[in-house]
Design a protein around this ligand. Sequence first.
Ligand SMILES: Nc1nc2c(ncn2[C@@H]2O[C@H](COP(=O)(O)OP(=O)(O)O)[C@@H](O)[C@H]2O)c(=O)[nH]1
Ligand SMILES: [Mg+2]
Length: 311
Amino acid sequence: MDLIKNLLKGDKLSIARVISQVEDDTGYDILDRIYPYTGNAYHIGITGPPGAGKSTLVNAIAKKLLRESYKIGIIAVDPTSPFSGGALLGDRIRMGDLSLQKNVFIRSMATRGSLGGLSKKTKDVALVLDAAGMDYILIETVGVGQVELDIAQVCDTKIVVLVPESGDSIQAMKAGLLEIADIVVVNKGDREGSDSLLIELKFAFDLKPKTGWRVPILKTIATDDSGIDELVKEIGNHKEYLEKSDEIKKLQKMRILNQIHEYIETEIKRHLRETVIDDKELDRYIEKIMERKVSPYKIARKIMENMLKGG
Ligand SMILES: Nc1nc2c(ncn2[C@@H]2O[C@H](COP(=O)(O)OP(=O)(O)O)[C@@H](O)[C@H]2O)c(=O)[nH]1
Ligand SMILES: [Mg+2]
């Protein structure tokens, strides 16, 4: 099919069309077919509180990688403004000059209306960009909850961005954000308090037992590209570390296992909703459960038994 052929060549229009199909949940056939061409892109996750400068950093990192002649895919998952879509537009404008470049493809994804399915869709979009020949895929997410941590699993190098203001560091530690960090960035290094945050973080990481990768803690001013060279260098170091130790294989295996589980879960749920449970029958069960004649677990087991019998 021409569409896939052109996708594999990196044609932007074809990338966009395949992504729309994948997002519409009708894309499994395409995903099956492009899968053999994936597995070459390196995934970098950038996460942190809203306003920390993630998009600005992504922009700066992408520009640096572009100068080294790499092809870059960018996925911005932005739930910060679910009602107006304003943040999304903001990202587009800010990344605007990048999106005109031949070797960059940018996709913004709203979380609105896709509760739960978002992380899976992000992974599918990443697969499309991978097949389209991107060397690096940058995934920006707001680090506030489970979805983001889940997305972090997709990435080879996870960058956590913090800023001096508003005591983000302590909150982030609580949220387990720093647990997933391969690189910590203190952005807005031009702001007051950035050095003390840097020291605080270095202290916190020094207390951790050292095994394998040593998490670098860097200061950046994303708005004027300060510290970006070092950040990109550390991304390269981490990539090398993952490749030399067998960590990258472990990550890939975990990812595939997740994909299988996630797919099965989604399909079982859909199957249950669409075919196994008859609404009227379910109503009758619920009545019985409310009368305490039977437990919900017993009914659930019964429904599952029916499903496994092919009902
Ligand atoms: N002073 C200063 N402002 C920055 C820096 N990095 C980003 N900003 C600004 O902070 C705001 C939020 O940045 P953005 O990249 O959209 O943050 P995001 O929500 O984390 O993606 C924007 O107005 C940026 O121009 C920085 O290093 N220093
Ligand atoms: Mg952003």
